[in-house]
Design a protein around this ligand. Structure first.
Ligand SMILES: NC(=O)c1ccc[n+]([C@@H]2O[C@H](COP(=O)([O-])OP(=O)(O)OC[C@H]3O[C@@H](n4cnc5c(N)ncnc54)[C@H](O)[C@@H]3O)[C@@H](O)[C@H]2O)c1
Ligand SMILES: O=C(O)C[C@H](O)C(=O)O
Ligand SMILES: [Mg+2]
Length: 521
């Protein structure tokens, strides 16, 4: 070893310079990954100090590129790789982490089928689990030593990966449903047996699997689907904050949603439930939401509707004289917007540019402060970019996006763009759940998270974002954790009492990136 010992401050300054000297975002991601492998404390110190700059590197959008390049940029594994071809090894692989029953608070698992909006990337999907864990720690101080990333490798349907000699995952197509379900069940059984207090977080599963898994386990285990529930909650927060700035109650809004998949229907459900809480009947509340998918507006009797979409299918009679597009097989988004005159427009379709100028201008002609949320990730898949939305609406749009966007200047006002990313939800949700030792994640906990986030902003000032900024992510996560812990008690799922000291307890539970004292022996 060289003789000088530097302080953590000095090490962080050096690492930051090295980070800045990397030629592009992927190289920065590779640099930070290597730093994390070498010195996890320093990695988190750096990430915490430069959150707004580095989150887009370790997380969305660059994590998408890292996943696509996984088998090329691979240096060493991180996480636990479970194979559908070797289910007997599930338990021993989880045990190989060296962690005992009381040592794990959180496991983030993916099967890599629906990564962000970029689809099936097989084993490379592990990087989204690893990225989410970085956010849990950076945002909410979840102790990284008490977490696991898990890759559930069930094969891939991406031929390019199957043909690639460097591909590191199972080299066969995704397995059929029976084998898949048995494998998932074996994972849940082993994980809950070995780590009974861990929250099982599911990330980026294909839409039908995401739903089935959540429905199967949510009443039995401590479990959470980020794309359905986390996304639903952050969008509820964005809509609550946006409609508050616009002045009308949520129940009086009309919502059009493009992309009725995992995220889209998760959002629709939470908006519907929030409208019910404001006094609408379930039917009235669902009646305020128009969901458009790849074959146009969801309508009764449409071919190929998926179970979870059914509650949002519109009556056929309503659209009898609306323009149908034969090629599409239904009523297109533009027609829906013209007819419905929505005040809220949400995109979770993975279709970059789908909110065209005509569509946005049509919406903006009928509403004072249109709330527009192009949520799709990564950046190139956003349904519209903030600069265009502000130009097309004369600066009136209240916007939040899934990927980060720089502020936009229009007519002398600087518009800060909130990031409607579930990163505002899951870290605080995980922390609050651990502090309250909640046995389940309830709908009440998700609504509490959404309200806590909405309360962190005041979007009435010109140019103010409708969601709290990323550089305040830690404060936001504390507020979410406190609200979630209280809701866990209210819903009867907390095993720890929660009283006035809850905020102190949440703060005290947060891990900090400090070197432990080392004594010579
Ligand atoms: N901001 C966030 O926090 C957040 C969270 C989750 C997902 N997302 C993003 O949302 C997008 C969708 O993710 P998902 O997990 O719901 O995927 P998904 O595959 O479950 O859903 C996408 C849906 O869009 C539909 N679709 C495809 N082409 C379409 C078209 N041309 N017009 C209308 N609908 C179309 C599909 O049929 C599907 O139902 C992704 O880009 C993802 O990154 C963002
Ligand atoms: O990962 C993200 O950035 C958000 C979300 O979970 C997604 O799948 O896009
Ligand atoms: Mg996701």
């Amino acid at each position: 070893m060289p003789p000088q010992v530097l302080t953590q401050d000095q090490q962080a300054a050096r690492a930051y310079t090295q980070f800045r000297s990397q030629p592009d975002d992927l190289a920065k991601n590779v640099y930070l990954t290597a730093l994390r492998d070498r010195n996890e404390v320093l990695f988190h110190r750096l990430l915490g100090d430069h959150l707004a700059e580095m989150l887009p590197i370790v997380y969305t959008p660059t994590v998408g590129t890292a996943i696509e390049r996984y088998s090329y940029e691979y240096r060493r594994p991180r996480g636990v790789y479970l194979s559908v071809d070797d289910p007997d090894a599930i338990e021993s692989s989880l045990r190989a982490s060296g962690l005992g029953a009381d040592d794990v608070d959180l496991i983030v698992a993916t099967d890599g089928e629906a990564i962000l909006g970029i689809g099936d990337w097989g084993v490379g999907g592990i990087d989204i689990a690893v990225g989410k864990l970085a956010v849990y720690t950076a945002a909410a101080g979840v102790d990284p030593a008490r977490t696991l990333a898990v890759m559930l490798d069930v094969g891939t349907d991406r031929q390019e990966l199957l043909d690639d000699p460097l591909y590191l995952g199972n080299r066969h197509p995704r397995v059929d449903r029976d084998r898949y379900d048995a494998f998932i069940d074996a994972y849940v059984t082993a994980a809950t047996k070995l780590f009974p207090d861990a929250l099982l977080h599911w990330e980026d599963f294909g839409s039908s699997n995401a739903r089935r898994i959540l429905d199967r386990y949510r009443e039995k285990t401590l479990t959470f689907n980020d794309d359905i529930q986390g996304t639903g909650a952050v969008n509820l927060a964005a809509v609550l904050s946006g409609v508050r700035a616009g002045g009308a109650a949520l129940r009086d809004h009309r919502v059009v949603l493009l992309g009725a998949g995992t995220a889209g229907v998760g959002i629709a459900e939470q908006l519907r439930d929030a409208m019910i809480a404001e006094g609408l009947t379930p039917r009235e509340a669902a009646g305020r939401i128009w969901a458009v998918d790849r074959h146009g507006l969801l309508t009764d009797g449409q071919q190929g509707l998926r179970d979870f979409q059914l509650p949002f299918a519109r009556p056929r009679a309503e659209v009898a004289d609306w323009r149908h597009d034969e090629n599409l097989g239904g009523v297109p988004l533009a027609e829906v917007v013209d007819r419905v005159r929505p005040s809220v427009l949400i995109g979770a379709s993975g279709q970059g540019g789908a909110f065209t100028e005509d569509i946005v201008r049509s919406m903006a002609a009928h509403t004072d402060r249109p709330v527009i949320l192009p949520l799709s990730n990564p950046t190139r898949l956003a349904e519209a970019v903030p600069a265009d939305l502000l130009a097309w609406t004369g600066g009136r749009a209240l916007i939040a996006t899934g990927s980060p966007f720089a502020p936009v200047e229009t007519d002398g006002v600087t518009h800060h763009i909130g990031q409607a990313n579930n990163a505002l939800v899951f870290p605080g949700l995980g922390l609050g759940t651990a502090v309250a030792r909640a046995e389940r994640i309830t709908d009440g906990m998700l609504v509490a998270a959404a309200r806590a986030i909405a309360d962190q902003t005041d979007a009435t000032a010109p140019g103010a974002p409708i969601l709290p900024p990323i550089d305040r992510l830690r404060d936001t996560s504390v507020a979410v954790a406190v609200a979630v812990a209280r809701a866990a008690v209210a819903d009867g799922v907390a095993r720890e009492p929660v009283d006035d000291t809850i905020e102190e307890r949440v703060l005290a539970a947060m891990w900090l990136p400090e070197y432990p004292p080392i004594e010579a022996v």
